[in-house]
Design a protein around this ligand. Structure first.
Ligand SMILES: [Mg+2]
Length: 303
C-alpha cells in the first residue's frame, strides 16, 4: 500500500474514531441500544459538539502536529503553548489531570515539569488515557528515526501525563504504528520494545493478542485508564481485517468511547489506509479539511 494512504488513514482514522465515539462516551454498554434506537453505526450530534465533530483527543493531536510541522522537529515549549491556546479557546472534554498540567504550564512551569507536578497532585496514582489518545501524528512525523520517535513520544506524553503507564502506552502506540508504516508485524515489534517493563502491560499485550473487542468490558469505573485504551487499540489491529467492525464494536461498548476509538482508529487507518474507511464516514466528517491539511503536511515533511 501507498505510504500516503497510511498517513491519511492514520490521521483521518483517529479523528473519525473520536467523532464516532463522542456520543456514546460515558454511556453504559447496556443502555446504548435504547438511547440510540439501535446499534450505533454513524455520527450523532451530542451535547456541545457538531455532528461528526472531533473532541479534545483530536484537538490536542492537532496541537502536537502543528508544532511538529511548524518547527520541523520536536519543540516541547511550542506544543505546550499550543495546548494552552487550545485550552483557553476551546478546552471542551479536557480531563482533570490534563487540565492541572495545563494550569502549571500557564503559570510558567516548563513542559518537562508540568506533567510531573499534576501527577503529584494525584499522589502519583492517575494514569489516564490523555497521552495516548493524541499520539497518532508522532509516529508519522518520526517514522524515519526509531530512537528519536521513542524519545519524542515519551517526552510529549509527559508534558501532561507523567505516570510510567501513560508513557508506556504511548510508546506501544508509536511502536505499533511504526511497524505498520514499515510493513512490519506490530505485535512482534511491540513485544520486542515494550514487554518486560511492567508485568501488567505484559498481560495487556497478551490479552490484546487473543481477545476481540466484543469480549471486553469498557464501561466500568476504570474507563479512562490508559492501559484500557492501548489494549483496545492493539486488539483492533491484531484481531480484525477491516476498519469499521472494531471501531463500531468500540463505540457500542460505551465508557471512554471517543478516546478508545481514536486510539484504535489511528492504528487501523495506518494499517488499512484511508480507502478502508467507509466513504459515508469520510464525507460527513466535520473536521475533514483540517485532518486533510495536517496529513498532507506530515506526509510532505517526511519525504
Ligand atoms: Mg474526548
Amino acid at each position: 500500500m501507498d505510504l500516503k494512504d497510511r498517513f491519511f488513514g492514520a490521521i483521518m482514522g483517529s479523528g473519525i474514531g473520536d467523532a464516532l465515539g463522542a456520543p456514546t462516551e460515558f454511556c453504559k454498554e447496556a443502555e446504548i441500544p435504547n438511547l440510540f434506537g439501535k446499534r450505533v453505526v454513524d455520527y450523532y450530534s451530542n451535547r456541545a459538539f457538531q455532528l461528526g465533530e472531533v473532541t479534545d483527543d483530536t484537538q490536542m493531536m492537532f496541537c502536537i502536529a502543528r508544532s511538529l510541522i511548524n518547527s520541523k522537529d520536536i519543540n516541547l515549549n511550542e506544543i505546550a503553548d499550543n495546548f494552552i491556546y487550545w485550552y483557553k479557546k476551546d478546552g471542551r472534554g479536557c480531563g482533570r489531570l490534563c487540565r492541572n498540567a495545563i494550569k502549571e504550564l500557564k503559570k510558567g512551569v516548563p513542559p518537562t515539569e508540568a506533567g510531573y507536578n499534576a501527577w503529584l497532585l494525584t499522589e502519583k496514582k492517575s494514569a489516564g488515557n490523555g497521552g495516548v489518545m493524541r499520539n497518532a501524528c508522532v509516529p508519522l512525523f518520526f517514522m524515519n528515526d526509531f530512537d528519536k520517535l521513542i524519545k519524542s513520544t515519551e517526552d510529549i506524553c509527559k508534558i501532561t501525563h507523567y505516570d510510567p503507564r501513560c508513557v508506556l502506552s504511548c510508546k506501544a502506540h508509536s511502536v505499533a504504528m511504526y511497524a505498520l508504516l514499515h510493513d512490519k508485524n506490530p505485535y512482534d515489534l511491540v513485544m520486542a520494545n515494550c514487554s518486560g517493563i511492567d508485568t501488567e502491560f505484559d498481560e495487556i499485550l497478551n490479552e490484546a493478542k487473543n481477545k476481540k473487542i466484543i469480549d471486553y468490558v469498557l464501561d466500568e469505573d476504570n474507563m479512562g485508564y490508559t492501559y484500557l485504551a492501548i489494549l483496545v487499540g492493539l486488539s483492533a489491529i491484531f484481531n480484525y481485517d477491516n476498519f469499521e467492525e472494531p471501531i463500531f464494536d468500540i463505540v457500542n461498548k460505551g465508557g471512554d468511547a471517543d478516546t478508545n476509538a481514536a486510539v484504535a482508529g489511528g492504528l487501523l487507518g495506518a494499517k488499512y489506509g484511508i480507502n478502508a474507511i467507509p466513504k459515508y464516514l469520510v464525507e460527513k466528517f466535520y473536521n475533514y479539511d483540517e485532518c486533510l491539511d495536517i496529513a498532507n503536511k506530515l506526509y510532505e515533511n517526511h519525504k
